[in-house]
Ligand binder design. Structure first.
Ligand code: R7I
Ligand code: MG
Ligand code: MG
Length: 352
């Protein structure tokens, strides 16, 4: 489909759920041989499976809250979104949330809370979480707003409800911008070579702000940590020799920090635009992206969820095997909500 087509919206939201559901199997595993990944994915094609057998985790649970809030309020409303996070957590606390964020989610449930950003600011002795929990749920911001300025602003605020460290919320901004560019056709052949450069120039502005500069000093990161990682993505892409999984992990990471997972997810998508050795020939790009993300190990559900959103916005819904969709809890809901977001997106610009 063309830029911002319905198929791209559906692809983005459904593939994000898919990544979370299929990635759960390997979350936290240090080494995941590709054989095991393919076995897991082949298993989904078993006739007796299906019907949401793979449950979604916090990644999807929180994404659903973001989607519902953006749809109900026809824009960003921090009070509403915070309430939804708290309510979702109290209903289903066992979805595998990060160890720190559950304190925020409990505080957000308090009816006496005035400043919904305050609990996040109190995390980790006051500098806030740098986890990827803001980024894992950032895709819907790119599906609700068409203007990059709005996407930057609201994905940041949406993440700051739980992640007040710039190394956390800027991961969410990067993820939302990547989904946005992909949705606009930024990974189609003529635009492909400039995709990463556009992200770098956006993030140069984002990371120039004071909070980001001071956080990168506190954590002894380079001056523009996300830009730095995006340059590494570019270097890995430009190398003609094949890049090993080990190199990807050591250059980009596969961990729970946004800095060690959002650029990795972007790399997975770019790397899998073409057929790759070790991946089945019958696989299309979306399937390759899923398999490759899982084979990195580490925070597999989250990296596959983020890569899924970006890849799904590029390939569209028809690239996602229906048999995979049927196995994932929440895939059908995501499909329905994608259509609603598509309608909202093509209406007059929403005010925050
Ligand atoms: O970021 P968050 O929501 O976790 C998301 C991850 C995804 O992989 C999900 O699939 C789920 O499994 O969890 O939750 P946080 O608790 O804010 O951050 C996750 C973890 O990162 C924390 O429990 C810490 O171990 C670590 N972390 C930090 N450690 C030290 N200093 C995050 N921020 C800091 C920090 O500032
Ligand atoms: Mg999870
Ligand atoms: Mg995870």
């Amino acid at each position: 489909g063309g830029p911002a087509s319905l198929s791209r919206f559906r692809g983005a939201l459904v593939a994000a759920v898919l990544g979370d559901c299929v990635g759960g199997e390997f979350e936290g595993a240090e080494e995941v041989p590709m054989d095991r990944v393919l076995q897991h994915l082949n298993g989904l094609e078993d006739e007796s499976r299906g019907d949401g057998i793979l449950q979604y985790s916090d990644d999807t649970a929180m994404t659903r809250c973001v989607v519902q809030s953006l749809l109900t309020r026809a824009g960003f409303d921090e009070q509403d979104m915070a309430r939804r996070f708290a309510k979702e957590y109290s209903h289903s606390p066992g979805r595998g949330y990060g160890a720190g964020v559950i304190q925020v989610l409990r505080k957000l449930a308090s009816p006496h809370l005035n400043d919904v950003f305050q609990p996040a600011r109190a995390q980790f002795s006051g500098h806030g979480s740098f986890g990827n929990g803001g980024a894992m749920r950032a895709a819907p911001f790119a599906l609700a707003f068409s203007n990059p300025v709005d996407i930057r602003r609201y994905s940041r605020l949406g993440a700051m409800l739980t992640h007040s460290c710039s190394l956390g919320y800027n991961g969410a901004v990067l993820q939302a911008l990547a989904v946005h560019l992909s949705l606009q056709g930024g990974l189609e052949l003529p635009h492909r070579p400039t995709f990463i450069n556009k992200l770098i120039s956006e993030m140069e502005e984002v990371e120039a702000e004071d909070a980001a500069r001071s956080d990168s000093r506190v954590f002894s990161e380079s001056e523009f940590p996300f830009c730095d990682r995006l340059h590494r993505v570019k270097d890995l892409m430009e190398r003609n020799t094949s890049v090993s999984i080990e190199e990807v992990i050591s250059e980009l990471g596969n961990g729970i920090a946004a800095l060690h997972s959002v650029p990795t997810a972007i790399f997975c998508v770019l790397h899998c635009l073409e057929p790759r050795e070790g991946l089945p020939e019958r696989y299309g790009g979306l399937e390759r992206t899923m398999a490759y993300s899982l084979a990195l190990g580490g925070d597999t559900d989250t990296i596959a969820c983020m890569a899924g959103a970006i890849a799904g916005a590029h390939y569209g819904i028809d690239a996602i095997p229906q048999i995979w969709q049927r196995c994932c809890e929440g895939a059908e809901d995501a499909d329905i909500n994608a259509e609603r977001l598509h309608t909202l997106y093509h209406q007059a610009p929403a005010e925050g």
